[in-house]
Design a binder for this molecule. Structure first.
Ligand SMILES: CSC[C@@H](O)[C@@H](O)C(=O)COP(=O)(O)O
Ligand SMILES: [Zn+2]
Length: 191
């Protein structure tokens, strides 16, 4: 987790403590990054255990869980095969998430990198409102992401993106595909 966070921080996708990662463990628990830590220099002390599907800490007192633990938990509940979640603020993705705030979804077509999101030629990515109360974002994700056919990524308006997969590497690959797609979307002026 620390190695991936360091990579994404170096790319400018997790500036100023932004971003969070988690991995599901056997037995219903998960490891998640603690809140407010630089993602460029995480150590074991910055990783906390939580109940995967509730997002509640397994040990109190302890370091505070990521402020977005409820979003990770919503994804673990919705997708039993989800083994890892990565949230970041990649610049092109965040710009597209701002432009699509009103629409509530953004549709990408034709670019080959769409296949990185498991689609063939068209993919519609949901955009959620960036409510100050994160559990409200999580509740909307739980309500809306009931379709297992959707892409394994979501946008949060004016905020960033969350990707998930069976492993951290798969979640990272999907986040990279989304950022590449958003960059192409903007370069070709498809707002
Ligand atoms: C740098 S502020 C960003 C936070 O508000 C949040 O969006 C974020 O990505 C990191 O939150 P965190 O609680 O450290 O996991
Ligand atoms: Zn964030």
């Amino acid at each position: 987790m620390a190695a991936l966070a360091r990579q994404l921080h170096a790319r400018g996708w997790m500036d100023g403590t932004a971003g969070n990662l988690s991995v599901r463990l056997p037995g219903g628990q998960a490891l998640i990054t603690a809140s407010g830590r630089s993602k460029g220099e995480l150590t074991a002390a910055d990783i906390v255990q939580m109940h995967a599907e509730s997002g509640l800490p397994t040990r109190c007192p302890g370091p505070p869980l990521s402020a977005e633990a409820s979003i990770h938990a919503a994804l673990y509940r919705a997708f039993p095969d989800c083994g890892a979640v990565v949230h970041a603020h990649p610049p092109h993705t965040t710009a597209v998430a701002a432009l699509a705030a009103e629409a509530g979804a953004v549709t990408f077509t034709d670019f080959e990198i769409i296949k990185g999101l498991g689609a063939t030629s068209v993919v519609q990515v949901p955009v959620f409102t960036n409510w100050a109360e994160v559990p409200r974002i999580a509740a909307e994700i739980s309500q809306r992401l009931t379709d297992r056919q959707g892409p394994p990524v979501l946008l949060i308006a004016h905020h960033g993106a969350t990707a998930w997969g069976a492993t951290l590497d798969e979640a990272r690959n999907r986040l990279e595909s989304l950022e590449a797609l958003c960059q192409l979307h903007l370069l070709t002026d498809q707002r």
